[in-house]
Design a protein around this ligand. Structure first.
Ligand code: ADP
Ligand code: ZN
Length: 530
């Protein structure tokens, strides 16, 4: 008998109803369609391929191969499926040769419903030969590619092995594929489609909102004291994660927190594997542990009652920030995302990009992503609106973030923004596109060689921003980028481009607000004359 997908949901998994877009996705995949699923962590991606795998197997269509980069996650899922009475196995480096051979035998017999495999395994000649055999017999039902952003160098954990997965489409064209990820900015998404040849896949995007997480971003003054105040005043006894940039800082902060009576443990890739595992186990099992960690910690960690995620240093981009803060409040109860950022973070991140061996175009892309995060950090309006906007999702002010709860003092950068946009417009009229430095040089009336050469001293906007500091102009520019009124063309050396949204700002219809901590021209003048 073939069970309906509702029955599978209830009988096998014990849930009453589908969540969000699960049903639409599952129906589409059961019917043999390709899908690209963007769903935040905790949204319920697994069922989107597990139920189709079971339904299609029962319909005689054979085996589903799940490609996953995370060994721990494979083990958890296979364990859970066994408990539900489903034939699931995994093939990865933790199996002995003998165990692997046994799984392979069952695979060829068609005695497995879901097979989890690491990407590097899937593309070996040996494994492909086994898939060939299943395919020829019509027993290859579905490919599920989990953590699909790993295929993109724009994702935060690029895995070169994912690139080779195009072989699945080329070799087994009639087998449907579902790719899933929780990382979904436009650039990564486009890259996944192209790299995995999912042009014909239906796109399912869930809301990325995590309404129970309250976002706070503060400027760095004395970071460790700020962190300490945050934890002692709001989260004593709570489980939390503190992300730091370096291993040394992880150690220092973990010690400092312990000295202050906070149960903290360190986690970074430089620790012995045994210690790392022990600390992770303790964090998962005990209550109220604060894990101080580098970003090495967290992928695949499913601890429901993490009450806060703190960033003591700024991450690389919004996806990283979103992914890491998303580990808070998976139980749906109130949780906090707290970040502390300063100019030094920006300088460090920039330097890491500049010094990386990557190509120039790629580096420009990374810089653009960093700027977007900075735009979020400096925003004076709702953090959630900004965050969701980054994932192309419109929303209303949340009333639950720092800016909503305590609107920051702002200065009006509208005039400065108009000057900036006019300058971009005018140089384009003269037939060129330029990056931020050149545009700001014109505005501030600096007769650099480039300015003179291009004849930009003759522009009417030359020198009209002389009362603004470079820092202020950068602040204005970041705001404009953040609200989409300036586009940074990563394909063309980060040149600044006007957008549809520019016009409204130029006309003065959209106010541009900056945090008052970036002092206003009037304040600076007062300071200079005092
Ligand atoms: P993701 O892979 O998107 O991070 P999971 O697939 O691990 O999310 O699901 C997150 C949690 O939600 C799991 O505990 C899962 O059992 C639960 N879940 C998923 N779908 C449903 C549903 N329809 N009803 C109730 N719980 C669900
Ligand atoms: Zn808000």
């Amino acid at each position: 008998m073939i069970l309906s997908i509702h029955l599978i949901l209830q009988e096998v998994f014990g849930y009453d109803a589908f969540r969000g877009p699960q049903q639409a996705i599952i129906e589409h995949v059961v019917a043999g369609g390709d899908a690209l699923v963007l769903m935040p962590t905790g949204g319920g991606k697994s069922l989107c391929y597990q139920i189709p795998a079971i339904a299609r197997e029962q319909a005689g269509q054979g085996i589903t191969v799940v490609i996953s980069p995370l060994i721990a996650l494979m083990h958890d899922q296979v364990g859970a499926l066994h408990e539900a009475g489903i034939k699931a196995e995994f093939l990865n480096s933790t199996l002995s040769g003998e165990q692997a051979t046994q799984v392979e035998r069952r695979l060829l017999r068609g005695d497995i419903t879901l097979l989890y495999a690491a990407p590097e395994r899937v593309t070996t000649p040996r494994f492909l030969a086994q898939l060939d055999s299943l395919y020829e017999r019509g027993k290859l039902s579905l490919f599920a590619i989990d953590e699909a952003h790993c295929v993109s160098q724009w994702g935060h954990d690029f895995r070169p092995e994912y690139r080779a997965l195009t072989v699945l489409h080329e070799r087994y064209g009639s087998v449907p594929r579902i790719a899933l990820t929780a990382t979904a900015d436009a650039l990564t998404r486009a890259d996944i489609v192209e790299r995995l040849q999912l042009q014909d896949a239906r796109l399912f995007i869930s809301s990325f909102d995590r309404p129970n997480i309250s976002y706070t971003i503060v400027e760095k003054r004395d970071a460790t004291q700020q962190l300490l105040r945050f934890i002692t005043s709001e989260h004593m006894g709570d489980a939390g994660i503190v992300y730091c940039q370096s291993r040394k800082r992880v150690e220092d902060i973990a010690n400092l927190l312990c000295d202050e009576g906070i149960a903290a443990l360190p986690y970074h890739a430089g620790l012995e594997a045994k210690v790392r595992q022990a600390n992770q186990d303790q964090f998962l099992r005990s209550e109220g542990i604060v894990m101080v960690a580098t970003i090495a910690f967290g992928m695949g960690i499913d601890k429901p009652d993490v009450r806060f995620v703190a960033h003591l240093d700024m991450p690389k981009n919004i996806e990283g920030y979103y992914q890491e803060t998303g580990r808070a409040g998976r139980d749906g109860q109130a949780a906090q995302a707290w970040m502390c950022y300063g100019l030094q973070d920006v300088v460090n991140q920039r330097r890491m990009i500049d010094e990386s061996p990557a190509g120039e175009e790629f580096k420009q892309g990374l810089r653009g992503k960093l700027d977007a995060l900075l735009g979020l950090a400096e925003a004076t309006d709702c953090r959630r609106v900004r965050l969701l906007h980054y994932f192309d999702e419109e929303s209303k002010a949340c009333g639950n973030c720092d800016n909503c709860l305590h609107p920051p003092a702002v200065w009006d950068g509208t005039d400065a923004a108009r000057k900036l946009l006019s300058t971009i417009y005018r140089v384009q009229q003269m037939g060129g596109s330029y990056g931020a430095v050149h545009i700001m040089d014109i505005l501030r009336g600096k007769s650099t060689e480039k300015v003179t050469q291009r004849g930009h001293e003759t522009l009417s906007t030359f020198g009209i921003g002389a009362d603004l500091s470079e820092v202020q102009l950068r602040g204005v520019l970041r705001q404009l980028i953040a609200i989409g009124a300036v586009a940074v063309d990563a394909q063309a050396f980060n040149t600044l481009q006007l957008t549809d949204a520019s016009r409204a700002v130029l006309r003065g219809e959209v106010p541009v607000q900056l945090r008052a901590s970036v002092s206003s021209p009037a304040e600076r003048k007062a300071k200079r004359s005092s």
